[in-house]
Structure formats: structure tokens, C-alpha cells
Write a protein that binds this ligand. Structure first.
Ligand code: ATP
Ligand code: MG
Length: 231
């Protein structure tokens, strides 16, 4: 069927506001994401970057204009069906007081240990996990307070990969992490960029440089677009 695998995502003059009478948060946003494309969203705080990703997770369906997934209006596609195309790595990391294995595997039902380890390897988290007492059985506490901030991000990244979705949505964290984990995160992002379709809210210059298309948002409008060389 048409929704068997990801082909295109097309935003066409999308306008959106969170409440009936509130201000427009997205204003005529248009762009096209094809298979294998990498789009970076940049712009000041409140410019609407995360809102674009929230529309894709179907948190809200009351947008104006059109958002088409493989040519089908997103608002007509059931949430579960649209959801299998996209995995989101959020800026805020949410971790359960459970094992690392549980925290990585929870995005996919029936996932086994080998797939969890593969996802961890994919984002270069396997080495630090192996060094923890108990490895994948290591129990997290306090939303990952017993890990470094960067390690917690890598666990969340591994979870997004373990889900197996074709399109990865990254909301890059702004929090600073130590330089060793920063390098791991960078490698993980590079790996995802080589093999997946990506839409990234980007803070790192390297993420922006590796994107095919950069959309600069300001107050819900795309004020500039192009490659890193063009802008
Ligand atoms: P940041 O860089 O700070 O993460 P952003 O570009 O991701 O910013 P959004 O989170 O998309 O910005 O927010 C865009 C606008 O929508 C902001 O003015 C924000 O206050 C508003 N907004 C966000 N979430 C809601 C909500 N749930 N209800 C009402 N307004 C909201
Ligand atoms: Mg945001």
C-alpha cells in the first residue's frame, strides 16, 4: 500500500495555532522532505521549530493548509499508522526507573536484547553501557541522574533508533555535555544522517553543515532556506 514505506512529506502553506483565538504559531510553512533528505530547522526560541515536529507526531490535527505523507493528508491517517514512520528524540530526556535495556527497548513491542544492543551500538552507547555495573541491566534512577547528561541523551537516542522508524526527528538538546560524550553524540548523529531521513532542530554547527536543506524560522515563518553553502 501507499503507506508501506516512507516516500515524501510535504508541508504546503501550513498555518497553526494552539488555541482558537491564540496567535498563529506557524504561518504558511512550506517544505518537502524526500526519502534520504536531511532538513535542519533553526531559529530563535519560540519560532515554531518544535511545533512542526509536534504536528508530525499528530499531537494536534487542527492545522490549516496541508501536510501530506506519501500524498495522503496527515489528519486522515490514524495516529498509530503515521507514528510508525517517525521517531522523535526529544530535547528533554524521559527515562524510567528501570534497566537500561527497558529504557532503550520501550519504543518497540517484543524487542529482544540483541536488538537493544544493536540500537545502542548504532549510537555508540554500547561501550559506556558495558562499563556500567550490570551493563544493560543497570537500573536508572531519577530520570537518569545516575548517568551523565550526555549518556542519558544517548540512551534516549538509542531508544529512538530501536523503534526502527524510517524518519528520525531530532530535537537537539542545548544542555552542555562533556567533550567525550559530545563526540559520541556527534558520531551518532553522523551515522543517522548517513542512513536515515532526518528532520532536526539543530543547535550544533555540524548538524547544520550536514543537512541538505536549512530552514530558518522566525515567528512561525520560514524567512530563509538553502544549503549551508548558500546561507
Ligand atoms: P525553542 O527553541 O525554545 O524550543 P521552538 O522554536 O521550538 O522554541 P515552539 O515550542 O514551537 O518553539 O513554540 C512556538 C510558539 O508556540 C511559542 O510562542 C510558544 O509559546 C507557543 N506554544 C508552544 N506550545 C504551546 C502550547 N502547548 N500552548 C500554547 N502555546 C504554545
Ligand atoms: Mg523547541
Amino acid at each position: 500500500g501507499v503507506l508501506d514505506s516512507f516516500e515524501t512529506l510535504v508541508f504546503d502553506e501550513v498555518r497553526f495555532r494552539y488555541t482558537e483565538t491564540g496567535p498563529w504559531v506557524l504561518n504558511d510553512v512550506s517544505f518537502r522532505l524526500g526519502k534520504g533528505d536531511r532538513i535542519a530547522l533553526v531559529g530563535s526560541t519560540g519560532s515554531g521549530k518544535s511545533t512542526i515536529l509536534r504536528l508530525l507526531t499528530k499531537t494536534y490535527d487542527n492545522y490549516h493548509g496541508s501536510i501530506k505523507l506519501n500524498g495522503i493528508e496527515l489528519s486522515r491517517i490514524p495516529k498509530a499508522e503515521a507514528g510508525k514512520f517517525f521517531s522523535l528524540m526529544q530535547q528533554e530526556v524521559f527515562l524510567f526507573n528501570e534497566s537500561i535495556e527497558f529504557n532503550i527497548g520501550l519504543s518497540r513491542e517484543g524487542i529482544d536484547r540483541a536488538d537493544v544492543v544493536e540500537a545502542a551500538r548504532y549510537v555508540y552507547a554500547d561501550h559506556f553501557i558495558d562499563d556500567l555495573p550490570g551493563g544493560y541491566a543497570f537500573e536508572l534512577q531519577g530520570n537518569g541522574a545516575n548517568l551523565s547528561a550526555g549518556q542519558a541523551q544517548l540512551i534516549a537516542f538509542a531508544r529512538a533508533i530501536a523503534g526502527g522508524s524510517e524518519v528520525v526527528m531530532l530535537d537537539e538538546a542545548t544542555s552542555s555535555v562533556d567533550s567525550v560524550t559530545e563526540q559520541l553524540i556527534q558520531k551518532a548523529i553522523d551515522h543517522v544522517f548517513m542512513e536515515k531521513t532526518v528532520i532536526a532542530i539543530a543547535h550544533r554547527l555540524s548538524t547544520i553543515q550536514h543537512s541538505d536543506q536549512i530552514l530558518v524560522l522566525d515567528k512561525g515563518e520560514i524567512i530563509e532556506r538553502g544549503s549551508h553553502g548558500e546561507l
